[in-house]
Design a protein around this ligand. Structure first.
Ligand code: N01
Length: 889
C-alpha cells in the first residue's frame, strides 16, 4: 500500500491516533510554505506543524520596530512561479516586516496551503521507528504524526537566545525580546528604555525606539559594521534589469555566490589606486546594499586580511564622520573582526541616533553588565534605571531550532543532540548519517545564512522533493547518507572555511554567541552556485554518498565523497573544463608555448615587490636570461635560484612571476629565476646542465646581483623542481656551489609512469599523463631517461641539502615526489614534506587564484628561511583583537 493510500485511509484521526502522512514538515515560513506546495504537486500527502498562530516563520515573530529585510526585496522573493512573481509588487527596496508577512500570507492563500498546516502545534519529540521505517512525531497540540519523511524547515534564526544576565527575573519593569515582539506593539513613549545588543535587530530598532523613548540607553558589547540602507522605492535600475528578463535575472542569482545576481569581482585591491578604491567604496556606500558592498569592491576583500582592512578603514571613517562625540564614535567602530566575517547590518539613521540628546551608549567592553536589578541595569561603573529592557541579544542560530525538538532519535536510538555533541555534522547540510529520511532546509552545512535565503530555500526544497519523488518512483522507501560522504562533506566545509575570513570572528555563525555551544563555522562558505552544482553532481553520480533501500528493490549505495578537491581548485578546474581547450600536446611545441604565454597574460600579475631586474648570465653554450626579484626591505638578502615549470618545453624566466613575487614577499629573500634552454630544440641534458651552470654562476656573483654572498638555495616547480633536485646532486658531485636548501614543488623525479598517481590522476587535472608523455618525448630519448640528471630518484641521494618537498593529491607526479622525499630522508637528508590534500599540479603557482594555496606557500617560505638561517616570521597577525592568526594574507 502506498504511503498516500495509508494517509487517505487514516486522514481523519482522533486525538491520540497518529496522523499518517508521507511527509511531515516542521515550520510554515518561507521554507515550509514552498515545501508544502512542491510536495503536494509531487503527489505526497503532507502536513506542516507550526508553533505560531499563522504562516510567516521568522517574519511572524520578529515584529520589533523597524524590522525589515536587508536583501533587496526583489531578490528576497520566491521565484518558482513566474505568475506569482508578476502578481506581487513590492512597495519598497527593503520591505517592512508587515509587508513580508502579507506576502507570505498571499502565497499561502494563492496555493491554498493553510489547509495542510496545523498551527499552534509544536513538535516536541521525533523518533525513527526501524520496524515501520517511519518517523513518529509527538506534538503538544493534537494528534501525533507518523510520516515516511520528516523535514525540519525551522529556519536558522528562530530560537531566541536566553538573556544570560543575572537578575532578569528581579526587574520590575517591562521586558521584551526583539525575536518575540508583542503582536499589538509596545508603547514606549515617555519611557526610559534599555536596549541590550547591537546586532541587526538592535541596529534596525534603535533609531525608532529613540524617537519614542524619553531616554534610550544602548548596551553594546561588540560594535558592528552598519551601512545606510537608503531605503525607498525599489531602485529603478534594478527593477528594470529584473523586469527586462525575469528568468535570466533569477537564473543569474541561482548561479551566483550569494544568491543575488552580482558578477564575480576579479580585480584585487592592490591592482587599484587609492582613488579607484575610494570611488568603488563610495559607490557601494551610496548603493545601500549589503551584497553589493560585500562582493563588489575588490576580489580579495572577503579572503585576504589586507584587502579587507581597507574596507574596514573606509567604514570607520564614515562612522567617525557621522557621530559627533569622538568617544562615542570610537566605541561604535568595530576593530575586532574583518568586515563581513560577522554579519554586517543595514541601517537607517543608526549612527546619527547617537547624536540625539536622549541617547546614551554604554560600552560593555569597558564596563560589563554586573546584574539586572529591580529598577534597571548595573554595570561595573554605574546604575542605569529604566522602565523597559529590550533584549536584542540574538539567537541560538542554525542548530537551536532543530535541537528544540528533543530528542530527535535516529537509528539505534541515537539522539541528534548526542551525534552533534561536537558540533553539527551533515551531508550537504541536508541530511545526517544515522537519521534516515530526515532532512533539514538551510541547515548547518548549507549556504543558508551566507546567502539570499529565498534562493537557497528554493534550491533545497527542489532538490529534496525531486529526490523524494525519484526514490518513490524507483521503489525506495529510505534514504540515508553514508559515514564516508558525511566525513567528506565536513572536510570540504573545513576547506571552504579556510578561504574566507569568517573564522577570524566570534559570531553566531560559529556558535560563539551562545555560552557553552561548541564552536565551528556552521554555514557553508563555498557559495550558492557551487553548492547547487555539487547537489546536482550528487544526483548525476547516482545519489553519491547515499544508501537507498526499499522492500522490493535491491539496496543501492554508491558510496564516496562528492568534493575531494579544494573549493577554489574545483572552480578553476571546472572553468578550464568549460573552455573545452584542445590538449596542449596537440598544439605542437610552438603552439603550446604561444598558448601558455597567452594564458599567463590573463592571470593576476602578482603583488608589488622591491625591484625586478633582468639580465643574462654565461651558460654552457652562450648567454642565458635571468630575472631577479628583490624584496622591498634593504638587503643584501639570501639568494634563491629558481627554475620555472613547463615540462622542459614551455615557459621562461618570467612565467612563474606571481609565484616568485609571492615567495619574495613571504621569505624576504631574493629570487633569481633562470631562463634555461628548452626542448625540443635543446634536448636532454641541456636543461639540467644550464640549471647547474646558472646556479654556480649566481652563487659566484651573488653580491653583484645585490644578494648575500655565501651558500644559495634552489627552488623549482614541476620540471623546474626536477632541475633544482638535479642541481643539488650535481653540486654535491662536482664540488659546489654550496647549496643551503632545496624547495621542490611537485617535482618530476623519475621516468617511471606506473605509480598510482599517474593512473588516479591521468586526466582531468590539467597536467595529464598524455601531456607528461609528450614532455618526456620532446626532452629525453628513452635510452637517457634513467640518467640521474633527469631521473634524480635513480641517482645517489645521500649528502644532499635539506629539502622541503611539496606534492599535491591530484597530480600525476604526486607519488614520484613523495618517493624522492622518502629516499632522501632514508639516506639521512633532513626532509620536510607537504602533502597537499585537494590540490592539483598548479595549485601553488596560481597565486591569487587558488587561495587555499596560501598556507602551503607560508610553509614553503618558512622552510626556505630556516634553510637560510633566518628567524621565523610570525605571519599575518590580522590586527588587534583578532583571535585566530590568519594565513589568508
Ligand atoms: O542578533 P545578533 P540579531 N550581554 O546575534 C549582543 C538576522 N537578522 O537578532 O556581538 C550583552 O546579531 C551581541 O553582542 P556580541 C541577521 O542575519 C536579519 O540582531 O555577541 N550583549 C550582539 O550585539 C542577523 O545577523 C534582519 O558581543 C549581548 C547582539 O546582542 C541575525 O538575524 C534583522 C549578550 C545580538 O546580535 C541575528 O541578529 C534582524 C549579553 N549577554 C536580524 N548576548 C534583517 O533581515 C548577546 N549580546 C534586516
Amino acid at each position: 500500500m502506498s504511503d498516500a493510500m495509508v494517509a487517505a485511509r487514516e486522514s481523519r484521526t482522533a486525538n491520540g491516533t497518529a496522523q499518517q502522512v508521507d511527509v511531515a514538515v516542521v515550520g510554515a515560513g518561507f521554507s515550509g510554505l514552498y515545501l508544502l506546495h512542491r510536495l503536494r504537486k509531487a503527489g505526497f500527502t503532507t502536513v506542516a506543524l507550526e508553533e505560531a498562530g499563522d504562516v510567516g516563520g521568522t517574519w511572524y515573530w520578529n515584529r520589533y520596530p523597524g524590522a525589515r529585510c536587508d536583501i533587496q526585496t526583489i531578490d528576497y522573493s520566491y521565484s518558482f512561479d513566474p505568475e506569482l512573481d508578476k502578481a506581487w509588487t513590492w512597495s519598497e527596496k527593503y520591505a517592512t516586516q508587515p509587508e513580508i508577512l502579507r506576502y507570505l500570507g498571499f502565497v499561502a492563500d494563492r496555493y491554498d496551503l493553510r489547509r495542510d498546516i496545523r498551527f499552534k502545534t509544536k513538535v516536541t519529540e521525533a523518533r525513527w521507528d526501524e520496524a515501520s521505517e517511519r518517523w513518529q512525531l509527538t506534538t503538544d497540540n493534537g494528534p501525533p504524526v507518523s510520516c515516511r519523511h520528516y523535514i525540519m524547515a525551522t529556519g536558522c534564526l528562530s530560537a531566541p537566545k536566553p538573556p544570560e544576565i543575572d537578575g532578569v527575573k528581579d526587574f520590575k519593569g517591562e521586558v521584551y525580546f526583539t525575536g518575540r515582539w508583542p503582536h499589538d506593539g509596545v508603547n514606549l513613549a515617555g519611557k526610559r528604555v534599555a536596549v541590550i545588543g547591537t546586532g541587526s535587530s538592535a541596529i534596525q530598532s534603535i533609531p525608532l525606539i529613540a524617537e519614542q523613548a524619553a531616554h534610550l540607553t544602548v548596551f553594546q558589547r561588540t560594535p558592528n559594521f552598519a551601512l545606510p540602507a537608503h531605503n525607498g522605492p525599489p531602485p529603478a535600475d534594478r527593477k528594470e534589469l529584473f523586469e527586462s528578463d525575469r528568468a535570466a535575472y533569477r537564473e543569474q542569482a541561482r548561479q551566483s555566490m550569494a544568491g543575488v545576481p552580482y558578477p564575480q569581482q576579479t580585480v584585487v585591491s592592490w591592482q587599484l589606486s587609492d582613488a579607484e578604491r575610494r570611488e568603488r567604496f563610495e559607490r557601494a556606500w551610496a548603493a545601500g546594499d549589503l551584497v553589493h558592498i560585500l562582493t563588489q569592491l575588490w576580489a580579495d576583500q572577503a579572503v585576504d586580511v589586507d584587502g579587507n582592512r581597507i574596507v574596514q578603514d573606509l567604514i570607520r571613517e564614515k562612522i567617525r564622520a557621522a557621530v559627533n562625540d569622538p568617544e562615542t564614535a570610537a566605541a561604535l567602530m568595530p576593530d575586532d573582526h574583518p568586515f563581513g566575517a560577522k554579519r554586517p547590518c543595514l541601517d537607517t539613521n543608526y549612527y546619527a541616533t547617537y547624536n540625539r540628546p536622549n541617547v546614551t551608549l554604554v560600552n560593555l567592553r569597558q564596563e560589563p553588565i554586573k546584574a539586572i536589578t529591580a529598577s534597571g541595569i548595573t554595570t561595573a561603573r554605574r546604575n542605569v534605571d529604566v522602565d523597559v529592557i529590550v533584549f536584542a541579544t540574538g539567537f541560538d542560530a542554525m542548530t537551536g531550532a532543530i535541537r528544540a525538538v528533543h530528542p530527535i532519535t535516529g537509528r539505534g536510538g541515537r539522539s541528534l543532540t548526542d551525534v552533534w555533541a561536537q558540533g553539527p555534522q551533515s551531508y550537504l547540510g541536508l541530511t545526517v548519517e544515522g537519521f534516515p529520511n530526515f532532512f533539514m532546509i538551510t541547515g548547518p552545512g548549507s549556504p543558508s545564512v551566507l546567502s539570499n535565503m529565498a534562493v537557497s530555500i528554493e534550491q533545497h526544497v527542489d532538490w529534496v522533493v525531486d529526490r523524494l519523488a525519484a526514490l518513490r518512483d524507483a521503489g525506495f522507501t529510505t534514504i540515508e547518507p553514508t559515514a564516508t560522504a558525511q566525513a567528506g562533506w565536513n572536510r570540504h566545509m573545513a576547506d571552504c572555511s579556510m578561504v574566507t575570513l569568517h573564522r577570524l570572528a566570534n559570531t553566531w555563525y560559529t556558535g560563539a554567541n551562545v555560552p557553552g555551544k561548541v564552536q565551528g563555522l556552521m554555514p557553508y562558505t563555498g557559495g550558492v552556485g557551487p553548492y547547487r552544482s555539487i547537489c546536482d553532481e550528487v544526483t548525476s553520480r547516482g545519489m553519491l554518498g547515499f544508501k537507498l533501500t526499499g522492500p522490493n528493490v535491491a539496496a543501492q549505495c554508491n558510496d564516496g565523497e562528492v568534493v575531494r578537491l579544494q573549493p577554489d581548485v574545483r572552480l578553476v578546474l571546472n572553468l578550464l573544463a568549460s573552455l573545452n581547450l584542445p590538449p596542449i600536446e596537440s598544439m605542437g611545441a610552438q603552439g603550446a608555448c604561444a598558448f601558455v604565454n597567452e594564458f599567463n597574460k590573463g592571470r593576476p600579475a602578482g603583488r608589488p615587490i622591491g625591484e625586478i631586474v633582468d639580465g643574462t648570465l654565461p651558460g654552457p653554450d652562450g648567454p642565458l636570461p635571468y630575472r631577479v626579484y628583490k624584496p622591498a626591505t634593504s638587503g643584501p638578502h639570501p639568494v634563491v635560484v629558481y627554475f620555472h615549470g613547463g615540462g622542459w618545453v614551455l615557459g621562461d624566466e618570467q612565467s612563474d612571476e606571481p609565484f616568485c613575487r609571492d615567495m619574495v614577499r613571504r621569505t624576504g629573500m631574493m629570487f633569481v629565476s633562470v631562463g634555461y634552454r628548452h626542448a625540443p630544440e635543446h634536448r636532454f641534458p641541456t636543461a639540467a646542465e644550464d640549471g647547474y651552470a646558472a646556479t654556480r654562476w649566481i652563487a659566484e656573483h651573488a653580491a653583484e646581483l645585490g644578494g648575500k654572498p655565501g651558500p644559495v638555495l634552489v627552488a623549482g616547480w614541476s620540471a623546474g623542481g626536477n632541475i633544482a633536485a638535479v642541481t643539488c646532486q650535481l653540486a654535491r658531485d662536482r664540488g659546489g656551489p654550496d647549496i643551503a636548501g632545496q624547495l621542490l614543488i611537485c617535482p618530476v623525479t623519475d621516468c617511471s609512469f606506473d605509480r598510482p598517481s599517474y593512473n588516479d590522476n591521468a586526466a582531468g587535472y590539467f597536467l595529464t599523463r598524455g601531456l607528461m608523455y609528450w614532455f618526456w618525448d620532446l626532452y629525453c630519448s628513452p635510452a637517457d631517461r634513467t640518467d640521474p640528471r633527469v631521473s634524480p630518484l635513480r641517482g645517489k641521494v645521500e649528502k644532499l641539502p635539506p629539502a622541503f618537498v611539496t606534492t599535491c593529491e591530484f597530480d600525476p607526479l604526486r607519488d614520484e615526489g613523495i618517493a624522492y622525499a622518502e629516499a632522501m630522508s632514508a639516506a639521512g637528508v633532513p626532509v620536510e614534506q607537504l602533502k597537499a590534500h585537494g590540490h592539483f599540479h598548479s595549485s601553488f603557482t596560481m597565486v591569487d587564484v587558488v587561495i587555499t594555496g596560501v598556507s602551503g606557500r607560508v610553509q614553503m617560505a618558512q622552510a626556505l628561511r630556516r634553510f637560510a638561517g633566518l628567524p621565523e616570521v610570525s605571519r599575518g597577525e590580522p590586527g588587534p583583537g583578532f583571535k585566530i592568526a590568519a594565513a589568508a594574507s
